[in-house]
Design a binder for this molecule. Sequence first.
Ligand code: HEC
Ligand code: HEC
Length: 201
Amino acid sequence: MNAKLLVAGIATLALSAASAHAADNRAALELIRKECSSCHGPRGISVSPMFPNLAGQQAPYLEAQLRAFRDHSRADPHAQAYMWGMAAQLTDDTVKDIAAYFASQPPARGTAADPAEVAAGKKIYENGITAQNVPPCQSCHTPTAGGNGPFPRLAGQHRRYLEKQLEVFAANLRANEIMHANAVNLTALQISQLAAFLSSQ
Ligand code: HEC
Ligand code: HEC
């Protein structure tokens, strides 16, 4: 085979791989439109505080959660009721495409909350509470709360959803050793303050 033919052959191969992927991606977009958008919104900004915003969320975190719903390792009551069925049908490729789509959408803007609560939550987020063995949240979730890889974005998330997650981590209903240890010593008031701060960012 001469060099020109070889180059043409490689180009054709690359093209067909790219269009095969674009086709998969179209399938994921169609699924989001048909199945996910009714709760999470077409671009991952949801209408109810029970349904988390997915827009601008970290892709590795989204992938991990979809796999955890699929293999039932994320097993809090809302996960079981709403997401086990949804995730059962997803292939690994679809999981990747869905995560990439939502990660690339602009995140939700924060919702204003009571300034005193926001200030109290910010203090815990930045410094932790040494006396209660609560570490600074920003050390993993980043100073802006935008998240990083497996550490989810918390900024702009619905307040009620955030509170709920801290409750289920504390109760070990959503199994995660790190977040169990971080949440178990928080009082209901501190959870509410943290969620007020984060949802307002
Ligand atoms: C009937 C409403 C509903 C539909 C439809 C739905 N979800 Fe969800 N989703 C939820 C709820 C409720 C939760 C929160 C579960 C919990 O509290 O553990 C959730 C959680 C998630 C999470 C975890 C977010 C986080 O911050 O941890 C991801 C990712 C997700 N859904 C993706 C999807 C995808 C992809 C689809 C479509 C295939 C979908 N959802 C369809 C209601 C829904
Ligand atoms: C040592 C690292 C670390 C620290 C410190 C930490 N987190 Fe997390 N957090 C994680 C990881 C990892 C996850 C994802 C768990 C999973 O995959 O289910 C998470 C998940 C969460 C979630 C769930 C988000 C969602 O979309 O469902 C919330 C809420 C949260 N953390 C709040 C906090 C708060 C508030 C603090 C401080 C009190 C804190 N975290 C401190 C690592 C950390």
